[in-house]
Design a protein around this ligand. Structure first.
Ligand SMILES: [Zn+2]
Length: 72
């Protein structure tokens, strides 16, 4: 279960989350997944590549995601 470290695009706090292949629709990469920040409780969309590495992120909920992940 890959653990990912990143930063919330809303509050810039460090976030940690677990992501697995079934959390994304792998028909198209980068694939979106929704992340809820533990600090500010806001949702953002993170796009990951085929190795589940974060490519980029958006402040809003973009279409195409299948899972919302809470950060630790
Ligand atoms: Zn945040």
């Amino acid at each position: 279960m890959p653990l990912r470290f990143n930063f919330c695009p809303h509050c810039n706090e460090k976030i940690i989350f677990k992501i697995e292949m079934e959390d994304i629709d792998s028909k198209l990469y980068p694939a979106p997944v929704y992340i809820i920040c533990k600090s500010c409780k806001k949702l953002s969309t993170f796009y990951v590549d085929s190795l589940l590495r974060v490519s980029y992120k958006e402040l809003v909920k973009k279409p195409g995601g299948i899972k919302t992940i809470e950060t630790q």
